[in-house]
Each structure stands twice: as C-alpha cells, then as structure tokens.
Unconditional design. Structure first.
Length: 305
C-alpha cells in the first residue's frame, strides 16, 4: 500500500491531502516555437512539450468576432508546475516567461509544493478558493468506505458541488479580486505569462474563458478551449482511478469523474452567475472584477494580433 501511494502524484482536486497522486507525463507535441495550427482549431501543436505536465498549452490561434486572432506565444495555461523534472523546467525556460500566476490555495501549495520555475521567472500568488473541495475529497477517499463514498458523491452530489464551486468564482469577493488581479497582471505584462491551478481545468479554465471572451473570442470557441482539458487529462485521470482502486481506497473510482472532468454545465454555471449578479458579461468585467476600460484595452492589445 505504501509503495502504491508513493507512486502516485498530485491530481485534479489536490487529493494530495490523502497522498501524492498520479504524476502526469507530458504528451508528445511540437516545440512551443514550432508550427501553429490554423486559427480556431484545437490540435496537438497547441499543447506544450513540457515534461511533467499533460495540460499545458498556448491560448493563441483563436479567432475573434472581428476576424483577428489571439497571439501565439504570449499567454499560456497549465496545471501545477510543482512536479516538473529538470527537463520540464528547461522546456519552460524556452517559453521566455516573465511571470507565472499561481491560483492554488495555501493548503494546496503546502501539500503539493511550490512551482519549479526557471531562474528569473516571477511567481505571482493569487489564490482562488476551492470552497473546501480539497478537504472534502480527501476526507471521502480516505474513508475507504464505498457506501459513504457513494452517499457523498453519487446521485448528482459531486456535480452539485462542482456547480457550487463555479458559482463561487463569482459570488466570493476574494475570488473576484484574485481573478481581476490576474487579468490586470496579464494586461500589464511585458513578457509572456502563464497561469495555473492544480489540474489546470477549473480555476484555470474559468480565467482562460474570461480572458478569451474579454478580448472578443466567441463564447463557443472559448468553451472549446475549456473542454480540451478532458482530452488532455484522460490518460492520467484513468491511471489515477486505477491506482485508487488497486490501493483499496475506492471500489468505484468512477464516482470521481464529475470532479476530475470539466463539463459544459460547470462553465455555464459560472457564466450564468456572472450575468445574474451583474447583468451582462461586460458589467461583470467592470464591476465584478474591477477592470477598467484602459486595462481591457491593454489586455486586447496584449492578447490579440
């Protein structure tokens, strides 16, 4: 059992409260400065060849409403960078990053470790709350009780928790402040930037969606970027569930699927809450996230070619 636990590394909802979980091995992809796909497409060149990651990618190449395109090599999204091997750090250095924005909470960083960054890259901590999901999942999995696990995660309860998490990205003032600060940091950056949470799918996905839509990328296109996490994380999530079952921690690890995956309904919950609270997406940017016209103008200049 102990050996099995040591073989696992950090995954989606900071299950490191239990033990380290499945470590991601980066999928093969072209170098970050290699050929890029056509605007609006989602193909392997979008994925960064950074060993130690599976969900690190460029948000360039997306067509905006006015026919322009988000720039390649300016803004990247990823999962945690705390498990990068030396070759991963070297690959990250090749991106020419000036800063990395870490959306993880203090307990997540404590459990999983600080980012491993190239020399000269500034780490910016802007934690976004996970509504105690970190602790909850740890408690449920540690119980090893299949009846209790189904009671807590089955019958739509896991999906409901994810909906609550996404709505809290809007309703929690501290979350709005962190997301607004992250967008200001991107808008004012002179060098390429990257942002991430633990799995690079929920908080990272919401921030990417907000930035892309703010610079004029259609909502449907941005949603496609959000949903790409499912494809990129599929193999590591399957390995995680297999190891949890083999370790005797869960008889039915598929109960975790709503927590491991991104779903259109989750993103819709975030978007709907923003409109419910502020009236329009533009008002959410201005009033909810505190982004003034100049910042949004600079963001578009920075992101859109």
């Amino acid at each position: 059992m102990a050996a099995t636990r040591r073989a696992l590394s950090m995954s989606v909802l900071a299950l490191a409260l239990l033990m380290p979980l499945v470590s991601g091995t980066a999928q093969a992809s072209p170098a970050a400065n290699g050929p890029r796909p056509a605007a609006g497409s989602v193909t392997s060149p979008r994925v960064l060849a950074v060993p130690g990651t599976v969900n690190a990618r460029d948000i360039g190449g997306y067509r905006t409403y006015d026919g322009r395109t988000s720039r390649w090599g300016v803004l990247y999204r990823s999962e945690t960078l705390s498990k990068l091997p030396p070759e991963g750090v070297s690959a990250l250095a090749g991106l020419g990053l000036g800063s990395v924005i870490d959306l993880r909470t203090g307990p997540e960083v404590q459990a999983d470790g600080a980012d491993r960054l190239p020399a000269g890259v500034t780490s910016v901590a802007l934690p976004v709350d996970d509504t105690s999901l970190f602790a909850f999942i740890g408690m449920v999995v540690r119980s090893k009780d299949p009846v209790y696990q189904r009671q807590q995660l089955g019958a739509g309860k896991a999906e409901a928790r994810m909906g609550a998490l996404y709505r809290a990205f809007v309703t929690n003032p501290a979350n709005r402040a962190a997301l607004g600060a992250a967008i200001r940091a991107v808008a004012n950056a002179d060098e390429p930037a990257m942002f991430h949470c633990s799995a690079g799918k929920d908080r990272t996905g919401v921030l990417a969606d907000t930035i892309l839509r703010a610079v004029g990328v259609p909502a449907a296109t941005s949603e496609g970027d959000y949903l790409l996490s499912n494809q990129l994380r599929a193999a590591s999530d399957a390995a995680l569930k297999s190891q949890l079952k083999a370790a005797g921690l869960m008889q039915d690890p598929a109960l975790l699927d709503p927590l491991l995956q991104v779903r259109s309904s989750y993103l819709a919950a975030f978007r709907a809450q923003a409109v419910a609270d502020y009236g329009t997406f533009g008002d959410f940017l201005a009033q909810g996230l505190g982004l003034d016209t100049l910042t949004l103008f600079k963001l578009r200049l920075r992101i859109v070619g």
